[in-house]
Ligand binder design. Sequence first.
Ligand code: ADP
Ligand code: MG
Length: 730
Amino acid sequence: MGRDLSSLDITVLKGVGPKVRDLLNKLGILNIRDALTHLPFRYEDRRDISEMINASDGAVQNFIGKVVSSELLDLSQGGKPVKYDPRGSRTPFRGRGRGGRSSLLVEAVVNDGTGLIKCKWFNQPWLAGKLRKGAKVFVSGKVKRTRWAPHFEIDNPVFDLIDEKPEKLETNEKGKEKALREGQVIPVYLSTEGITPKKLRSIILGALEGYGAEIEDEIPADILKRQGLPGLRESVRAVHEPPEDADIGAMNRVATPWQRRLIFGEFFMLEAGLAILRRGRKVQKGIAFKPVEAGLVNRLMGELPFELTGAQLNTLRAVFDDMSLPVPMNRLMQGDVGSGKTIVALLSMLRAVECGHQAAIMAPTEILAEQHYINIHKLLEGLGVHVVLLTASSKSGLKEIENGEAQVVIGTHALIQEGVSFKALGLAVIDEQHRFGVMQRAMIKKKATLKNPDVLIMTATPIPRTLSLTLYGDLDYSVIDELPPGRTPVKTTSHAPDEKTRVYEAIRDGVGSGGQVYVVYPMIEETENSDLKSAVTGLEALSGMYPEMKVRMVHGKMRTQEKEEVMAGFKAGEIDILVSTTVIEVGVDVPDASLMVIVNSERFGLAQLHQLRGRVGRGRRESRCMLLYGGPLGEEAARRIEVMCSTNDGFRISEVDLEIRGPGEFLGTRQSGMPDLKVANLLRDARVLEYARREAFALIDKDPGLSAHPGLKQELERFWRGRVELFGTG
Ligand code: ADP
Ligand code: MG
């Protein structure tokens, strides 16, 4: 047994005092184990050094040479040389240069004895202090031929100062001297201001020399063997100090077995935690809701104006099965916009009510909560069920929630606020989960004073499978993959600013044929007045253009009552055109609305656009969505709009969204409450995730308390610390 490297502070390393420690902490490196698992994000192959005489236009090449001249130039003064002032180096250009933009350029000419190359660095004036005349440097980048001497240039090359007298590091096991110098493969680590890449490299290599041989594999050996993965020790060493014959191309693609081992390890920790959470709930005591003959569920079923789709029935059956068991339900119901999740939720709630419990549904916006209230109230009135609304602006139901008179409670996050307590909450439904995080999921359960309530989570955000395995990996899962019959797909088109007349015509046609129209303006922040102004201007323009139509507006700053009136008017068909901000994004259901116009659509994210489009095509009318954009499109915006025009498939759209934004932002890791992944990438490593999940769930099945795996248990607790208590509290 080696030392416990996770509780060994990094200050034991040479060169790490309190100041460097704080900086390392900022990088997430708290202990020796962290240092060993802080992996390079890139490898520079310095074994392949070109001679400058062989510089070739357009090629990416490495050179080593001496700086023969180095200047700091101010482009805003016509390229006048200026002196570098190290004391000003922290804010050399912030607000300093004219027009607030930097215009400082460092130019250095490097000579390797065979030729010269000019290197240019923009906006990094402090480099002038480093690239002194005479310094030996490694530079790497794309070579460009120019008309001026010395004829070859590299813009913003990667560079490294090379010590003439290499610092001696500790010797490795072969007794060979290791130095940080030319002619090697150099790992490049994510660093932070205050620690040079080289310093970080030397700290990590120091950790490797001192402790690399002691790191303990947290993954059981039989699992690694089955997966054909190398051990942790070997892997950690190889990623920091690639063997001489390593394929650096593969390392840069994160495609070596060593890297796969580390990725597997991270996913394994994630999935083992989820497996434990899931299992922990399965042994909790829950409420067994048994069907009641001629009860509320059957009575509402008998009154529905439509037949449930096969997918709705399957989901409902799964929910009822879960609810009938004496363990708490934790089920995710996923279904694209318009697939009819609400009715499934409502029937589930009635099952709880007919068994004498309360049921609650939490929606992400007031508008949506109110809409649910109106619909549900109407449906349940005849059945004699008492329905209560609880939002920030409507709190009169508090007492009834507490004394149990309220049987069905509909609300916003006001439901999980202090001072709300249910007499007998049996089922909590969370609508449009993507707006809520894992933490809120846990909070609503705490509101139940009696036993563990059942939880049903609904989301319209179709997420790729790899993501659902992480984000919802602890839940059971149903998908409504079928739309109610009679829907025609929404036709989507995009329109440049000079095509406004086509949009106006479409609005006229849409309303002329009895449909209703949404015109949505971006309002990223409800407080942004300029955004509100453009919506108001839009309202005025439309009212002027169509005096015969009723045009109204709804936005987040309006008083609740006003909002309600407008929404009710639109729903009743009294309003033809609803000008709105994104408050209507989620859930709003007006079947006669057949045209969705989105202004400045380039400013919306994909998930938002898909949600907004989901407001039309909900009835039998043929529906359209028109995406207006305000000017030349950036690459990402163009991609978003193109995808919207080419498919209505929410899964396809979310895949593209994930590609564009990357997993971190897509998930909103902080909000989702998931541990950060340091090595693994949900997109790139989807396959590894599947394997890790299978192994982790199998292991937790066999050894739920991990009593036979104390080392793993300890690492798991660390991995999840500050998020969820995995063991102990039961
Ligand atoms: P979402 O899944 O987006 O929340 P809703 O539950 O709001 O969708 O349902 C969308 C619309 O479809 C509603 O008007 C609802 O009444 C209607 N609906 C739901 N299920 C069916 C069905 N089986 N047949 C016909 N219409 C349905
Ligand atoms: Mg909905």
